[in-house]
Design a protein around this ligand. Structure first.
Ligand code: OGA
Ligand code: ZN
Ligand code: ZN
Length: 369
């Protein structure tokens, strides 16, 4: 019974003893080349919930909890990350594709409860991780509230747009988002590398006709593409696409694929925004095949029953995963066409690592799984 299922160097590198790692920080004292190159297992002794390994040539002794080892078997990490996500179709979420108040299964939470109760905040953040988004309702309608919301789970990612940005119709719009035009499903800022992995949109007022929000699960669309047309999926995953944006002062560009996959093959991110997508530099046959795949993916994104529609009301704040969720807005009328109508959102960016960290901290604090 000497085969633990982990190689000697793996075990030695992961020894939990106080000589190998700082008990305070858990960080390792050594680098990989500090270990004997010919490290081997000299003996193994099984206990009910641990295993004691003695290594040669230096006789180092390590005690590994069996639960700890089990959780680190081949493929475990990726499988757990996938299990934390629920891929969805809008029709199933809402029951129908009408506009209106989100139903029971729609991840929506009240700001006051969210703010006051750790368990409620944990539920909301787990929903963001699982569904890719959640809606907070009843937040204040003061300017800058979006930053306060972001600070409940992470750190604001400042960009050339500022710590926050105003989304309202402007005369000289540097971005179609700042007009009354419809914008089709997209992820934000694909021209950054890395992209802001989380986004918030907070509604200060919305009394216009139109301007409804639409959300699409980009992971579901990518997973469906993989199932229906594996070759197209793989083509998108291996083709770098140039994205760019400039206002004459900032010159942003990134060259990344539309679909990003983990080394294990699971879907890691989508980057989807035709507004700022540039010209791919490919040989003609490759370009044809790329556009064929891109179009198929876009058709899956455009399926009406994949969409969730909602109308952001004053005090609503959408929190979403910008590597997964695509968001859109219908056109709206304001000013002459719609007297008294006004629409003003504020947005900001943050990152998924902060979300994950806050979920873990709240789990530790509340004792909830
Ligand atoms: C954006 C955006 C949507 C909206 O600012 O990124 O997509 O509802 N806005 O105005
Ligand atoms: Zn050790
Ligand atoms: Zn956007």
């Amino acid at each position: 019974m000497d085969d633990i299922g982990f190689p000697p160097l793996w075990l030695r590198d992961n020894c939990p003893c106080a000589g190998c790692r700082d008990p305070a920080s858990g960080q390792k004292f050594f680098g990989i080349t500090d270990l004997p190159a010919d490290v081997a297992i000299a003996s193994v002794e099984w206990a009910p919930d641990s295993v004691v390994v003695v290594f040669s040539p230096d006789g180092h002794r390590s005690v590994f909890p069996l639960g700890w080892l089990k959780a680190r078997r081949h493929g475990e990490g990726d499988a757990r990350a996938e299990q934390a996500k629920t891929l969805w179709m809008g029709a199933a979420l809402q029951g129908s594709d009408h506009l209106g108040t989100p139903g029971d299964t729609f991840p929506a939470f009240e700001w006051e409860r969210y703010r006051r109760h750790d368990a409620e905040r944990l539920r909301a953040l787990v929903a963001v991780r699982g569904w890719g988004f959640a809606l907070l309702r009843g937040a204040p309608t003061a300017e800058g509230t979006v930053l306060r919301v972001a600070e409940t789970f992470g750190y604001v990612r400042e960009t050339n747009y500022g710590r926050l940005f105003d989304v309202r119709a402007e005369a000289q719009a540097s971005n179609l988002a700042f007009t009354r035009l419809a914008i089709s499903p997209h992820t934000d800022n694909p021209y950054r590398d890395p992209v802001p992995t989380m986004q918030l949109l907070h509604c200060l007022c919305n009394t216009v006709e139109g301007g409804e929000s639409v959300l699409v699960d980009g992971f579901r669309a990518a997973a469906d593409l993989r199932e229906q047309d594996r070759e197209s999926f793989e083509r998108l995953a291996r083709t770098s696409v140039p994205f760019a944006w400039s206002d004459g002062r900032h010159f942003l560009h990134a060259n990344r694929p539309l679909v990003e996959v983990n080394p294990e093959g699971s879907i890691r991110g989508v980057r989807f925004n035709n507004r700022s997508m540039g010209a791919v530099a490919l040989a003609p046959a490759e370009a044809t095949a790329f556009y064929d795949a891109y179009r198929r993916f876009a058709e899956l994104v455009a399926r009406p029953h994949a969409h969730v529609s909602l109308r952001l009301e004053a005090g609503d704040c959408l929190i979403f995963d910008n590597t997964r969720l695509l968001h859109a807005r219908r056109a709206y009328a304001e000013g002459e066409g719609s007297p008294g109508g006004r629409r003003h959102l504020q947005g900001c960016y943050a990152d998924l690592d902060g979300l994950e960290s806050t979920i873990a901290a709240l789990e530790a604090l509340t004792g909830l799984p």
